[in-house]
Write a new protein. Structure first.
Length: 154
């Protein structure tokens, strides 16, 4: 059991979001449990209160807490991608119905911010040659979805 579980606050779409993410990540991803509002809870009796779910081995909780606290870019989920095919797959699936951003960032259709990052990026940005690192940074700043070959070429 992991010690810390991120809890994502939704306005009624926690189960839909969890099912969406599980379908995208596959593998060691699944719905773990669902709890419902009871008669004494502030939500509508029988509606989903929480959803425990696992994405690529990491556990999360989705909470249907209401509209008081919408998601912002102040927190994001970063997806480590082995190659361009993974970058493309996660970018396309998570940005569908959402909003594409700059430098590999996007908001999904539920408002959650994601960073879709090739695992090669930190190495390119930390190149011992400062000019190469600067060119990679400049290239990244001009991108929405990250293009690994263009970052290498920079």
């Amino acid at each position: 059991m992991q010690k810390i579980t991120p809890c994502l606050w939704y306005d009624g779409q926690a189960k839909e979001a969890a099912e969406h993410y599980v379908a995208i990540f596959g593998g060691d991803s699944r719905i773990l449990d669902v709890t419902y509002y009871g008669d004494e809870a502030p939500g509508r009796t029988g509606s989903v209160l929480t959803v425990g779910f696992r994405l690529a081995g990491q556990d999360y909780m989705g909470l249907n807490g209401g509209p008081q606290f919408p998601f912002t870019e102040a927190i994001s989920l970063s997806v480590d991608c082995a190659d361009q095919a993974e970058v493309d797959r996660f970018w396309d699936a998570l940005s569908e119905g959402g909003e594409e951003g700059q430098c590999g960032w996007l908001k999904d259709r539920f408002g959650v911010s994601w960073q879709i990052v090739p695992n090669e990026l930190p190495r390119l940005l930390a190149d011992p040659d400062p000019a190469k690192a600067d060119r990679a940074m400049k290239a990244m700043l001009g991108m929405g979805k990250l293009d690994i070959q263009a970052l290498r070429d920079a």
